[in-house]
Design a protein around this ligand. Structure first.
Ligand SMILES: *Cc1c(COP(=O)(O)O)cnc(C)c1O
Length: 375
């Protein structure tokens, strides 16, 4: 059989796997693999979604007017500095496309959000992955890797999958050191879960740096993952160019109205975030007491650096109908879910230890294991 030629990158690029398979089970696994909110939408949001359903014979508002207004008000910034997208992943894709001149490179930490290498490859952008140091962005090493070819630097703050954060001063100094010809994208998908005085949003730095953009999403703290809405804040000139690179009508009517409603119910939603943060502390403290080595997470997940035991532990959890996310021979990310799901995870982790398995990557703590490496 002969097929039409498609780009060679499509033979090698990873396809996104939504969650690690839970084998031999008909019941739905406990969903601790995708960092979703464990809470179903508030009644006020469900109502808006139902009403918006009656409007879908029409195209959505192409500029997301009311949504952009609501975001502008919530951050106290101008509307022309905001672009909404079908999830922040869509805006990341737009960013990669926007810088994809021949030879362009993007610098980001690794491990970080697994979508970055895929989007870079699809756009024809060369990835420069800089290993984390002590599970945290190594900003000095990242600055060293910026060259005349670098068109985009991504800082995932807090970092997915480790949950670690870059402090405000450190971030400010880094952004100041990046040449103005290179975009800096700070991915703040988990910003609402941060509890720490030394960290603040890069949104505060946007006004001073036309090359800085910040990504936010309604998928995590706002509990709207299924509707796909996110946004980017940046300089008005950059935002105007990025809007040209977005697909028309990308954010559907239901998503736009639900996101506006979510901003209106922010206080209640952020109380739910508080309960997830309390659970994060409880689960991490319990694991650490039991000998697990886990970086301080400021997001709604924990990172277990299990090295070559990662896949085995992922399968162990799957065997107990708990979906977690194993990253090759590197580690396992487990989301903070409902208290009941978290308890089930803690029980599975205890059983793993009782079976004589390790709670760390092993002697020497290989901090910078590459995804493809054998430990
Ligand atoms: C979950 C996540 C997002 C959000 O993606 P959406 O497309 O908005 O659902 C963005 N960045 C990171 C690092 C994430 O983990």
């Amino acid at each position: 059989m002969s097929y039409p030629p498609l780009r060679a990158v499509l033979e090698t690029v990873a396809s996104y796997k939504p969650s690690d398979g839970v084998h031999g089970s008909t019941e739905r696994a406990r969903p601790l693999s995708a960092n979703e909110s464990p809470h179903t939408p508030l009644p006020g949001i469900v109502e808006v979604i139902e009403r918006a359903g009656s409007l879908v014979n029409r195209y959505p508002d192409p500029g997301c007017g009311p949504l952009v207004d609501a975001i502008a008000r919530s951050h106290g910034i101008e509307e022309d500095r905001i672009v909404a997208g079908a999830g922040s992943v869509a805006l990341l894709q737009t960013l990669f496309q926007a810088i994809a001149d021949p030879g362009a490179e993007a610098v980001y930490a690794w491990p970080s959000f697994e979508v970055y290498p895929t989007l870079a490859a699809l756009a024809g952008v060369e990835s420069v992955q800089v290993p984390l140091a002590d599970e945290t962005h190594d900003l000095r090493a990242m600055a060293d890797r910026i060259s005349s070819r670098t068109r985009l630097v991504i800082i995932c703050n807090p970092n997915n999958p480790t949950g670690t954060v870059v402090g405000h001063e450190e971030l400010r100094e880094f952004i100041e050191s990046v040449p103005p010809t290179c975009l800096v994208a700070v991915d703040e998908a988990y910003y609402e879960y941060v509890r720490g005085p030394a960290v603040s949003s890069a949104l505060r730095l946007c006004a001073a740096h036309p090359n800085l953009v910040v990504l936010r999403t309604f998928s995590k703290a706002y509990g709207l993952a299924g509707l796909r809405t996110g946004y980017l804040v940046g300089d008005a000139h950059v935002v105007e160019r990025l809007r040209r690179a977005c697909l028309p009508y990308a954010v559907n009517t239901v998503a736009q109205q639900a996101a506006v409603a979510a901003l209106g119910l922010e206080e209640q939603l952020l109380r739910r975030v508080d309960s997830t943060v309390a659970e994060r502390t409880r689960v991490r403290d319990t694991l650490v007491r039991r000998g697990w080595e886990i970086p301080d997470s400021q997001a709604n997940f924990l990172w277990l650096r299990l090295g070559r035991h990662a896949v085995g532990f992922g399968e162990w959890c799957a065997g107990r109908s708990i979906a977690v996310r194993a990253f090759g021979d590197v580690g396992v990310r487990v989301s903070i879910g409902s208290a009941e799901d978290n308890d089930q995870f803690l029980a599975a982790a205890d059983e793993w230890r009782s079976a004589g398995r390790t709670a760390t990557a092993g002697a020497g703590r290989p901090r910078q294991v590459r995804k493809e490496a054998e430990v």
